[in-house]
Design a protein around this ligand. Structure first.
Ligand code: NAD
Length: 296
Protein backbone atom coordinates (compact mmCIF):
# COMPACT_ATOMS: atom_id res chain seq x y z
CA UNK A 1 0.00 0.00 0.00
CA UNK A 2 1.20 3.52 -0.77
CA UNK A 3 1.20 6.99 0.76
CA UNK A 4 -0.87 9.18 -1.55
CA UNK A 5 -1.38 12.96 -1.48
CA UNK A 6 -4.83 14.01 -2.73
CA UNK A 7 -5.35 17.69 -3.59
CA UNK A 8 -8.77 19.07 -4.59
CA UNK A 9 -11.61 17.48 -2.63
CA UNK A 10 -14.66 18.94 -4.39
CA UNK A 11 -17.65 17.22 -5.98
CA UNK A 12 -15.40 14.71 -7.75
CA UNK A 13 -12.28 14.58 -5.58
CA UNK A 14 -14.22 13.74 -2.44
CA UNK A 15 -15.37 10.30 -3.65
CA UNK A 16 -12.09 9.55 -5.46
CA UNK A 17 -10.10 10.27 -2.30
CA UNK A 18 -12.46 8.07 -0.27
CA UNK A 19 -11.96 5.18 -2.72
CA UNK A 20 -8.17 5.37 -2.43
CA UNK A 21 -8.49 5.23 1.36
CA UNK A 22 -10.96 2.33 1.03
CA UNK A 23 -8.39 0.47 -1.09
CA UNK A 24 -6.04 0.58 1.91
CA UNK A 25 -3.73 3.46 0.97
CA UNK A 26 -2.54 6.03 3.46
CA UNK A 27 -4.15 9.16 1.94
CA UNK A 28 -3.21 12.71 2.93
CA UNK A 29 -5.93 15.13 1.86
CA UNK A 30 -5.67 18.85 1.15
CA UNK A 31 -8.16 21.43 -0.14
CA UNK A 32 -8.55 25.18 0.34
CA UNK A 33 -11.92 24.36 1.95
CA UNK A 34 -11.60 23.13 5.54
CA UNK A 35 -15.04 21.47 5.26
CA UNK A 36 -13.83 19.43 2.28
CA UNK A 37 -10.76 18.27 4.22
CA UNK A 38 -12.98 17.34 7.15
CA UNK A 39 -15.21 15.26 4.86
CA UNK A 40 -12.12 13.46 3.53
CA UNK A 41 -10.98 12.69 7.08
CA UNK A 42 -14.39 11.21 7.89
CA UNK A 43 -13.91 9.02 4.79
CA UNK A 44 -10.59 7.58 5.99
CA UNK A 45 -7.92 10.10 4.89
CA UNK A 46 -5.68 12.19 7.14
CA UNK A 47 -5.65 16.01 6.96
CA UNK A 48 -2.78 18.04 5.46
CA UNK A 49 -2.47 21.78 6.02
CA UNK A 50 -0.97 22.57 2.59
CA UNK A 51 -0.33 20.92 -0.76
CA UNK A 52 3.40 20.96 0.03
CA UNK A 53 2.85 19.12 3.31
CA UNK A 54 0.59 16.56 1.61
CA UNK A 55 3.10 15.68 -1.13
CA UNK A 56 6.26 15.70 0.94
CA UNK A 57 7.42 12.06 1.16
CA UNK A 58 4.36 10.73 -0.73
CA UNK A 59 4.72 7.83 -3.21
CA UNK A 60 1.93 9.17 -5.41
CA UNK A 61 -0.02 12.40 -5.92
CA UNK A 62 -3.52 12.93 -7.31
CA UNK A 63 -4.86 16.40 -8.12
CA UNK A 64 -8.52 17.13 -8.95
CA UNK A 65 -8.71 20.91 -9.45
CA UNK A 66 -11.09 23.20 -11.36
CA UNK A 67 -9.00 24.50 -14.30
CA UNK A 68 -5.55 24.95 -15.86
CA UNK A 69 -4.62 28.02 -13.81
CA UNK A 70 -5.20 26.12 -10.54
CA UNK A 71 -3.17 23.15 -11.80
CA UNK A 72 -0.27 25.35 -12.91
CA UNK A 73 -0.29 27.26 -9.59
CA UNK A 74 -0.33 24.15 -7.40
CA UNK A 75 2.35 22.31 -9.41
CA UNK A 76 4.70 25.22 -10.04
CA UNK A 77 4.06 26.82 -6.63
CA UNK A 78 4.25 23.76 -4.38
CA UNK A 79 4.36 20.23 -5.78
CA UNK A 80 7.48 20.47 -7.94
CA UNK A 81 9.51 21.78 -5.00
CA UNK A 82 8.13 19.57 -2.24
CA UNK A 83 7.73 16.15 -3.95
CA UNK A 84 10.59 13.70 -4.46
CA UNK A 85 11.79 12.73 -7.95
CA UNK A 86 10.29 9.38 -8.96
CA UNK A 87 6.88 10.18 -7.44
CA UNK A 88 3.90 9.02 -9.53
CA UNK A 89 1.72 12.06 -10.30
CA UNK A 90 -1.80 11.98 -11.75
CA UNK A 91 -3.60 15.20 -12.63
CA UNK A 92 -7.25 14.17 -13.04
CA UNK A 93 -8.61 17.73 -13.53
CA UNK A 94 -10.09 18.69 -16.89
CA UNK A 95 -7.83 21.44 -18.27
CA UNK A 96 -6.57 22.86 -21.57
CA UNK A 97 -4.29 20.68 -23.65
CA UNK A 98 -1.48 23.28 -23.74
CA UNK A 99 -1.24 23.51 -19.92
CA UNK A 100 -1.46 19.72 -19.58
CA UNK A 101 1.39 19.32 -22.07
CA UNK A 102 3.61 21.96 -20.51
CA UNK A 103 3.04 20.84 -16.88
CA UNK A 104 3.44 17.19 -17.95
CA UNK A 105 6.66 17.81 -19.87
CA UNK A 106 8.10 19.93 -17.02
CA UNK A 107 7.22 17.16 -14.53
CA UNK A 108 8.84 14.47 -16.68
CA UNK A 109 11.97 16.62 -17.09
CA UNK A 110 12.16 16.91 -13.28
CA UNK A 111 12.12 13.12 -12.93
CA UNK A 112 8.48 12.61 -11.92
CA UNK A 113 6.24 9.93 -13.46
CA UNK A 114 3.48 12.31 -14.58
CA UNK A 115 0.24 11.62 -16.43
CA UNK A 116 -2.72 13.79 -17.35
CA UNK A 117 -5.68 11.55 -16.45
CA UNK A 118 -9.02 13.36 -16.77
CA UNK A 119 -12.16 11.39 -16.01
CA UNK A 120 -15.59 10.70 -17.37
CA UNK A 121 -18.54 9.52 -15.32
CA UNK A 122 -19.68 12.31 -12.98
CA UNK A 123 -20.09 12.42 -9.22
CA UNK A 124 -22.02 9.14 -8.95
CA UNK A 125 -19.15 7.30 -10.70
CA UNK A 126 -16.54 9.14 -8.59
CA UNK A 127 -18.33 7.97 -5.44
CA UNK A 128 -18.82 4.42 -6.74
CA UNK A 129 -15.25 4.04 -8.08
CA UNK A 130 -16.48 3.48 -11.62
CA UNK A 131 -14.88 6.40 -13.48
CA UNK A 132 -13.29 6.11 -16.92
CA UNK A 133 -9.76 7.57 -17.05
CA UNK A 134 -8.23 8.91 -20.30
CA UNK A 135 -4.50 9.02 -19.78
CA UNK A 136 -1.72 10.96 -21.51
CA UNK A 137 1.97 10.58 -20.74
CA UNK A 138 4.98 8.29 -21.20
CA UNK A 139 4.31 4.53 -21.25
CA UNK A 140 6.36 4.00 -18.04
CA UNK A 141 4.37 6.68 -16.17
CA UNK A 142 1.09 5.12 -17.38
CA UNK A 143 2.19 1.70 -16.06
CA UNK A 144 2.94 3.19 -12.62
CA UNK A 145 -0.27 5.27 -12.47
CA UNK A 146 -2.64 2.54 -13.70
CA UNK A 147 -3.01 0.60 -10.39
CA UNK A 148 -3.92 3.80 -8.50
CA UNK A 149 -6.37 4.92 -11.17
CA UNK A 150 -7.93 1.43 -11.13
CA UNK A 151 -8.72 1.96 -7.42
CA UNK A 152 -11.01 4.81 -8.55
CA UNK A 153 -12.34 3.62 -11.88
CA UNK A 154 -13.69 0.86 -14.06
CA UNK A 155 -11.60 1.72 -17.16
CA UNK A 156 -8.11 3.21 -17.52
CA UNK A 157 -7.12 3.87 -21.12
CA UNK A 158 -3.79 5.17 -22.41
CA UNK A 159 -4.38 7.78 -25.11
CA UNK A 160 -0.76 8.64 -25.98
CA UNK A 161 1.81 11.32 -25.05
CA UNK A 162 1.42 14.20 -22.56
CA UNK A 163 -1.81 16.14 -23.17
CA UNK A 164 -3.65 13.41 -25.11
CA UNK A 165 -5.78 12.46 -22.08
CA UNK A 166 -7.09 16.04 -22.07
CA UNK A 167 -7.60 15.96 -25.84
CA UNK A 168 -9.78 12.84 -25.50
CA UNK A 169 -11.67 14.40 -22.61
CA UNK A 170 -12.65 17.62 -24.39
CA UNK A 171 -13.75 15.69 -27.50
CA UNK A 172 -15.86 13.45 -25.23
CA UNK A 173 -17.40 16.37 -23.36
CA UNK A 174 -18.24 18.27 -26.53
CA UNK A 175 -20.17 15.16 -27.59
CA UNK A 176 -21.81 14.97 -24.14
CA UNK A 177 -23.00 18.59 -24.36
CA UNK A 178 -24.45 17.95 -27.81
CA UNK A 179 -26.27 14.75 -26.77
CA UNK A 180 -27.56 16.43 -23.59
CA UNK A 181 -29.07 19.34 -25.52
CA UNK A 182 -30.54 16.93 -28.07
CA UNK A 183 -32.03 14.78 -25.29
CA UNK A 184 -33.54 17.89 -23.66
CA UNK A 185 -35.07 18.95 -26.96
CA UNK A 186 -36.57 15.49 -27.45
CA UNK A 187 -38.17 15.48 -23.97
CA UNK A 188 -39.49 19.05 -24.44
CA UNK A 189 -41.07 18.03 -27.75
CA UNK A 190 -42.42 14.80 -26.22
CA UNK A 191 -44.11 16.92 -23.52
CA UNK A 192 -45.74 19.15 -26.13
CA UNK A 193 -46.92 16.11 -28.07
CA UNK A 194 -48.59 14.70 -24.95
CA UNK A 195 -46.23 11.77 -24.37
CA UNK A 196 -45.71 10.53 -20.84
CA UNK A 197 -42.06 11.17 -19.86
CA UNK A 198 -41.45 7.71 -18.38
CA UNK A 199 -43.09 6.10 -21.39
CA UNK A 200 -40.95 8.11 -23.83
CA UNK A 201 -37.86 7.20 -21.78
CA UNK A 202 -38.79 3.48 -21.88
CA UNK A 203 -39.09 3.68 -25.66
CA UNK A 204 -36.14 5.92 -26.56
CA UNK A 205 -33.70 4.31 -24.11
CA UNK A 206 -34.22 1.06 -26.03
CA UNK A 207 -34.30 2.69 -29.45
CA UNK A 208 -31.81 4.58 -31.60
CA UNK A 209 -32.10 7.83 -29.59
CA UNK A 210 -30.37 6.17 -26.63
CA UNK A 211 -27.29 7.85 -25.14
CA UNK A 212 -25.58 8.28 -21.75
CA UNK A 213 -27.36 11.64 -21.44
CA UNK A 214 -30.65 9.77 -21.53
CA UNK A 215 -30.03 6.49 -19.73
CA UNK A 216 -27.54 7.54 -17.02
CA UNK A 217 -28.28 11.24 -16.58
CA UNK A 218 -31.84 11.77 -17.82
CA UNK A 219 -32.53 15.55 -17.82
CA UNK A 220 -36.17 15.26 -16.66
CA UNK A 221 -37.25 14.13 -13.18
CA UNK A 222 -38.40 10.53 -12.82
CA UNK A 223 -36.83 7.95 -15.09
CA UNK A 224 -33.25 7.79 -13.68
CA UNK A 225 -33.15 7.95 -9.90
CA UNK A 226 -29.58 9.32 -9.60
CA UNK A 227 -30.11 12.14 -12.15
CA UNK A 228 -29.66 15.73 -10.88
CA UNK A 229 -33.12 16.38 -12.38
CA UNK A 230 -34.49 14.59 -9.30
CA UNK A 231 -32.69 17.06 -6.99
CA UNK A 232 -33.84 20.26 -8.71
CA UNK A 233 -30.66 20.17 -10.85
CA UNK A 234 -28.22 20.46 -7.95
CA UNK A 235 -24.82 19.42 -9.46
CA UNK A 236 -23.45 16.90 -10.31
CA UNK A 237 -21.57 18.59 -13.09
CA UNK A 238 -22.16 22.31 -12.96
CA UNK A 239 -23.01 24.38 -16.05
CA UNK A 240 -19.90 26.51 -15.36
CA UNK A 241 -17.75 23.36 -15.71
CA UNK A 242 -19.44 22.26 -18.92
CA UNK A 243 -19.05 25.75 -20.37
CA UNK A 244 -15.36 25.63 -19.43
CA UNK A 245 -14.95 22.32 -21.28
CA UNK A 246 -16.79 23.63 -24.35
CA UNK A 247 -14.54 26.69 -24.47
CA UNK A 248 -11.52 24.36 -24.28
CA UNK A 249 -12.98 22.29 -27.14
CA UNK A 250 -13.68 25.37 -29.28
CA UNK A 251 -10.20 26.82 -28.64
CA UNK A 252 -8.66 23.49 -29.64
CA UNK A 253 -10.90 23.24 -32.70
CA UNK A 254 -9.85 26.71 -33.84
CA UNK A 255 -6.17 25.93 -33.28
CA UNK A 256 -6.43 22.61 -35.13
CA UNK A 257 -8.67 23.90 -37.95
CA UNK A 258 -11.44 21.42 -37.10
CA UNK A 259 -15.05 22.13 -38.10
CA UNK A 260 -17.34 21.76 -35.04
CA UNK A 261 -20.66 23.53 -35.81
CA UNK A 262 -22.75 21.64 -33.21
CA UNK A 263 -20.03 22.14 -30.58
CA UNK A 264 -20.21 25.89 -31.29
CA UNK A 265 -24.01 25.83 -30.90
CA UNK A 266 -23.68 23.93 -27.64
CA UNK A 267 -21.19 26.49 -26.33
CA UNK A 268 -23.56 29.34 -27.26
CA UNK A 269 -26.52 27.65 -25.50
CA UNK A 270 -24.53 26.92 -22.34
CA UNK A 271 -23.21 30.52 -22.32
CA UNK A 272 -26.84 31.72 -22.53
CA UNK A 273 -27.89 29.39 -19.68
CA UNK A 274 -24.94 30.67 -17.63
CA UNK A 275 -25.93 34.31 -18.27
CA UNK A 276 -29.52 33.58 -17.27
CA UNK A 277 -28.41 32.34 -13.84
CA UNK A 278 -27.80 28.65 -14.56
CA UNK A 279 -24.07 28.74 -13.74
CA UNK A 280 -24.32 26.78 -10.48
CA UNK A 281 -27.06 24.44 -11.73
CA UNK A 282 -26.27 21.02 -13.14
CA UNK A 283 -25.63 21.13 -16.90
CA UNK A 284 -28.71 18.94 -17.48
CA UNK A 285 -30.76 21.88 -16.08
CA UNK A 286 -30.54 23.34 -19.59
CA UNK A 287 -33.74 21.31 -20.10
CA UNK A 288 -35.59 24.14 -18.33
CA UNK A 289 -34.10 26.73 -20.67
CA UNK A 290 -35.21 24.69 -23.65
CA UNK A 291 -38.75 24.02 -22.41
CA UNK A 292 -39.14 27.66 -21.28
CA UNK A 293 -39.64 26.99 -17.55
CA UNK A 294 -36.23 28.23 -16.32
CA UNK A 295 -36.26 30.81 -13.50
CA UNK A 296 -32.95 31.70 -11.83
P1 NAD B 1 -15.21 21.41 -7.54
O1 NAD B 1 -15.20 22.88 -7.78
O2 NAD B 1 -16.36 20.78 -6.82
O3 NAD B 1 -13.86 20.98 -6.77
C1 NAD B 1 -12.61 21.59 -6.96
C2 NAD B 1 -11.93 21.66 -5.62
O4 NAD B 1 -10.60 22.16 -5.79
C3 NAD B 1 -12.63 22.60 -4.63
O5 NAD B 1 -12.96 21.89 -3.44
C4 NAD B 1 -11.60 23.71 -4.40
O6 NAD B 1 -11.63 24.23 -3.08
C5 NAD B 1 -10.31 22.96 -4.67
N1 NAD B 1 -9.19 23.84 -4.98
C6 NAD B 1 -9.12 24.86 -5.85
N2 NAD B 1 -7.88 25.42 -5.85
C7 NAD B 1 -7.15 24.71 -4.95
C8 NAD B 1 -5.81 24.80 -4.48
N3 NAD B 1 -4.98 25.73 -4.94
N4 NAD B 1 -5.40 23.91 -3.55
C9 NAD B 1 -6.24 22.96 -3.07
N5 NAD B 1 -7.53 22.83 -3.47
C10 NAD B 1 -7.98 23.70 -4.38
O7 NAD B 1 -15.02 20.74 -8.98
P2 NAD B 1 -15.36 19.23 -9.40
O8 NAD B 1 -16.76 19.16 -9.91
O9 NAD B 1 -14.89 18.30 -8.34
O10 NAD B 1 -14.42 19.12 -10.71
C11 NAD B 1 -13.00 18.99 -10.58
C12 NAD B 1 -12.45 18.75 -11.97
O11 NAD B 1 -13.02 17.57 -12.51
C13 NAD B 1 -12.75 19.88 -12.97
O12 NAD B 1 -11.65 20.09 -13.78
C14 NAD B 1 -13.94 19.33 -13.74
O13 NAD B 1 -14.03 19.86 -15.05
C15 NAD B 1 -13.63 17.84 -13.76
N6 NAD B 1 -14.79 16.95 -13.88
C16 NAD B 1 -15.93 17.16 -13.15
C17 NAD B 1 -17.00 16.28 -13.30
C18 NAD B 1 -18.27 16.46 -12.50
O14 NAD B 1 -19.27 15.74 -12.80
N7 NAD B 1 -18.31 17.35 -11.52
C19 NAD B 1 -16.91 15.19 -14.17
C20 NAD B 1 -15.72 14.98 -14.86
C21 NAD B 1 -14.66 15.87 -14.71
Amino acid sequence: MATIAFIGLGNMGSGMCANLAKAGHDVRAFDLSADAVQRAVSNGASAATSAAEAVSGADAIVTMLPAGKHVRAVYEGEIFDAAAAGTVIMDCSTIDVATAKSVGEAATAKGFHFVDAPVSGGVAAADAGTLTFMVGGPEAAFAKAEPFLSNMGKAVIHAGDAGTGQAAKICNNMLLAITMIGTCEAFALADKLGLDRQNFFDISSKASGQSWSMTSYCPVPGPVETSPANRDYKPGFATAMMLKDLKLAMDSAAAAGASTPLGAQAEALYAMFDNLGGREADFSGIFKLIDGSWKA
